[in-house]
Design a protein around this ligand. Structure first.
Ligand SMILES: [Zn+2]
Ligand SMILES: [Zn+2]
Length: 263
């Protein structure tokens, strides 16, 4: 099986670094990673206002063409050395399915290399980005409460796992338990999410899971998404795991990947 880093970002990510896409490819080649998949945050759907203070969660719509073209150039240049692919990290945002589908229709080739992730949940006082910051989560945990945030995330990820975009659905579910990112600092007494149901739903719908190693670099989490027991459960259900670094800078490509077991 080919070694793959199936989740990397690019200079088109406004909250990432300015390093050129080629540097990610060079680092992948240096490490012997055979497949490198660019999955830049797709532009947020029309009508949705980015709830984070800097409004920098996703790539600008006017950059998509440049991003796709640069990935195509690198794919050609590195052919036979690194299999460079181009996709997107698509946000599943409840209530914006139509707008999201509109984007997916424009990029059917890239959709095959894409991830579907949940970063935003709708709370009674508006949209909230669950992985933005521990302080923000702590504030929201007071009102409307952590239980409600968890339940909103659980519902959104379950819907994402049910393959809401049919034929045009990305084949990989991104960092399935991202809600746990600040867990060492702030966590509910009991996790109210039925993770087994989420995983079973993803399995029924033929997903692979992003075996996301960014969590290892997060001080308030310190493990992969999904964590070990979920990864075991996923394997039991026949869900494939696809390694991803979620690199937002070239030196994070392939970071923390375990050596592949003998096939
Ligand atoms: Zn990002
Ligand atoms: Zn993400």
């Amino acid at each position: 099986m080919a070694t793959i880093d199936g989740h990397v970002h690019s200079p088109f990510c406004p909250h990432g670094t300015d390093a050129p896409m080629e540097d990610y490819v060079i680092e992948a080649e240096r490490q012997g990673i055979e497949v490198l998949v660019f999955t830049e945050h797709a532009p947020l759907p029309e009508g949705f206002t980015d709830p984070v203070p800097e409004q920098d969660s996703a790539m600008q719509a006017e950059d998509v063409g440049k991003y796709v073209a640069e990935a195509a150039r690198l794919r050609k240049k590195y052919a036979g050395r690194v299999d460079v692919r181009c996709g997107f990290e698509i946000d599943y945002i409840e209530g914006f399915e139509r707008e999201t589908l509109h984007f997916l229709r424009k990029y059917p080739e890239e959709v095959r290399n894409s991830l579907l992730s949940v970063h935003f949940v709708r709370l009674p006082d508006g949209w909230f980005c669950v992985d933005y910051g521990a302080d923000e989560l702590a504030r929201k945990a007071e009102e409307p409460g952590l239980e409600m945030i968890y339940l909103a995330y659980g519902e959104a990820i379950r819907k994402a796992a049910s393959k809401p975009f049919g034929e045009l659905n990305p084949p990989v579910l991104g960092h399935v338990n991202l809600i746990h990112k600040f867990r060492k600092r702030i966590a509910p007494a009991r996790d109210p999410i039925d993770w087994r149901e989420v995983l079973a739903t993803a399995a029924e719908n033929g997903y692979r899971l992003d075996f996301n190693h960014a969590g290892l670099r997060k001080p308030d989490y310190g493990m992969t998404y999904p964590e070990e027991w979920m990864a075991d459960e996923a394997r039991r259900l026949g869900l494939g795991l696809q390694t991803g670094s979620d690199a937002h800078s070239p030196e994070d490509v392939g970071r923390g990947f375990a050596p592949l077991p003998e096939a």
